[in-house]
Structure formats: structure tokens, C-alpha cells
Design a binder for this molecule. Structure first.
Ligand code: NAD
Ligand code: 4PL
Length: 248
């Protein structure tokens, strides 16, 4: 679509399907060399093949430090290092409050929040070692602002991602690395289509200022902007991308 990311290496986690796949597709169309990563190795391969060009699949579990270490070693060997990190991988549960036990809580915090830290730590260390002016873009959720039902641990983890983004901007600004988050509303991703969240579109649309069903491309287009040089003066921010469902 543009060439504004030519020469950049972008890592998108959770890119086998849904919003992550749309982001990987858009960043590749902007000229980036895209690393399509997912715990689902076959899905990552298929997504990279569908994108074509320089896109490359590398399987990794964001919650496993050894797996993430191997991911960044491979990226370094392949491209010289990451310029743009998109923290997209997460588990999107639908779970009644009465079923939220400690095992569920730990699993969601471990993947959605601690996994985001593990990948961000490795990515930003790699950016600094190569003296790159980097970008960290994390996919949070407007559920943090809305307190959406049936996903209490998820809402808490996304609040953690937003807090982490603010702190990271402070820590890394001196290296010309920016950190921002997006807070999407309900999006018709592969995961949502296959879950009870798919029943919520009518209610969510009623709350939106602009009507319609949220699509992965609505998010990917904003990630493209935040990854570009046009967004160089934005850091520590969380941008709601939800057709005006939540206003704060
Ligand atoms: P999805 O379930 O369709 O896709 C998520 C991908 O992440 C899957 O391919 C899955 O294999 C991968 N993944 C899960 N755990 C992983 C791990 N440990 N390591 C690596 N990969 C892992 O989800 P989606 O709806 O496309 O959501 C993408 C992002 O957008 C998530 O961060 C989600 O929280 C966020 N989000 C989604 C919505 C929505 O309504 N769909 C709204 C707001 C925010
Ligand atoms: C408004 O992030 O933002 C359902 C499921 N509804 O995962 C989300 C809304 C879901 C959301 C989300």
C-alpha cells in the first residue's frame, strides 16, 4: 500500500490468524520484512505463505522464555534484528465470573501480560544493541475501559499491558524507542467468530458512534500508522480503535 516501512523488520506475535494476520499483511504491504510468529506453527507458515514476498514464519510461545530467545536469535541471523514489535498474541477467553479460578487467572496473566513482557524485553534489547530507533505497539483492548463481562482476568491483563506501555515509554525514550498501545473494540477475528463473543456484536454496535462490525483491518491500518515515521512524536499512549464505543 505504501513503502513507508521499507528496510524495516517487523515482528508480529499471534499472527497465524485474526487481527495479527491482518497486521502482518498490512506491514508487509508497507514494505516491511515481516516475521509471522505464533505458537501455532502450521498456522504461522500458512499465513506467511499467504502474505508471500519476504514474509517468514517462526513459531514461538510468547510465555516461554527459551522459545522467545530462539525466536530473536533467528530474527537476528535472518534480518539483522527487529525494528518494529507488535505484541498481538493473547488468549481471548469467554468465562463466567463464577468459573474464574486461580488456574485460569494465572494462565491468562502468564500469556497475555507476562508473555508481552518476555517478548518486549528481548525485542527492545535487540533494538538497543543495533542502535535502532524502534517501535513497540501492543494490542490491548477497550475491555479495560468498559469492564466487559465474562473475561475478568483478561481485562486485568490488558490493564497491565496499558500500564507497562506507559512505563516502557519512559524507560526507552532515551533510545528513540516509542511504546504505544491500541485498545480495539469487538472485532470479527477468527477467534471471536468461533466463540460466544460472536453473539455480542448487536449490543456493541448499539454503543458505537459509528455503526458496523469491527474488522481486523480496522486495527491493522492504525498499527501501520503507529509503526510509521508519522507517529514519531507519540509515545506512552493508548489509542481506542472501537468506532467510539468508549470515550474517555
Ligand atoms: P485470535 O484468537 O483470533 O488469534 C490469536 C492468536 O494468538 C492465535 O493465532 C493464537 O494461536 C495466538 N496465541 C495464543 N497464545 C499464544 C502464545 N502463548 N504464543 C504465541 N501465540 C499465541 O485473536 P484475535 O481476536 O485476533 O486477537 C488478537 C489480539 O487482539 C489479542 O491481543 C486480543 O486480546 C486483542 N483484541 C481482540 C479483540 C476482538 O474482539 N477480537 C478486541 C480487542 C482486543
Ligand atoms: C468490546 O477484547 O473489546 C468482546 C472479546 N467485546 O475480546 C475483546 C469487546 C471482546 C472487546 C473484546
Amino acid at each position: 500500500m505504501t513503502e513507508r516501512l521499507a528496510g524495516k523488520t517487523a515482528l508480529v506475535t499471534g499472527a497465524a490468524q485474526g487481527i495479527g494476520k491482518a497486521i502482518a499483511t498490512r506491514l508487509a504491504a508497507d514494505g516491511a520484512t515481516v516475521i509471522v510468529s505464533d505458537v501455532n506453527a502450521e498456522g504461522a507458515k500458512a499465513a506467511a505463505a499467504a502474505i508471500g514476498g519476504k514474509a517468514k514464519a517462526i513459531a514461538a510461545d510468547i510465555s516461554d522464555p527459551a522459545s522467545v530467545k530462539a525466536l530473536f536469535a533467528e530474527i537476528k541471523a535472518l534480518t539483522g534484528g527487529v525494528d518494529i514489535l507488535v505484541n498481538n498474541a493473547s488468549i481471548v477467553p469467554f468465562i463466567a465470573w463464577d468459573d474464574v479460578d486461580l488456574d485460569h487467572w494465572r494462565k491468562i496473566i502468564d500469556v497475555n501480560l507476562t508473555g508481552t513482557f518476555i517478548v518486549t524485553r528481548a525485542a527492545t534489547d535487540q533494538m538497543r544493541a543495533a542502535n535502532k530507533s524502534g517501535r513497540v505497539i501492543s494490542i490491548a483492548s477497550n475491555t479495560f475501559f468498559a469492564g466487559t463481562p465474562n473475561m475478568a482476568a483478561y481485562v486485568a491483563a490488558k490493564g497491565g499491558v496499558i500500564g507497562f506501555t506507559r512505563a516502557l515509554a519512559t524507560e526507552l525514550g532515551k533510545y528513540n524507542i516509542t511504546a504505544n498501545a491500541l485498545a480495539p473494540g469487538l472485532i470479527e477475528s477468527d477467534g471471536v467468530k468461533a466463540s460466544p463473543h460472536n453473539e455480542a456484536f448487536g449490543f456493541v454496535e448499539m454503543l458505537q458512534a459509528v455503526k458496523g462490525k469491527g474488522q481486523p483491518e480496522h486495527i491493522a491500518d492504525v498499527v501501520s500508522f503507529l509503526a510509521s515515521d508519522d507517529a514519531r512524536w507519540i509515545t506512552g499512549q493508548t489509542l481506542n480503535v472501537d468506532a467510539g464505543m468508549v470515550r474517555y
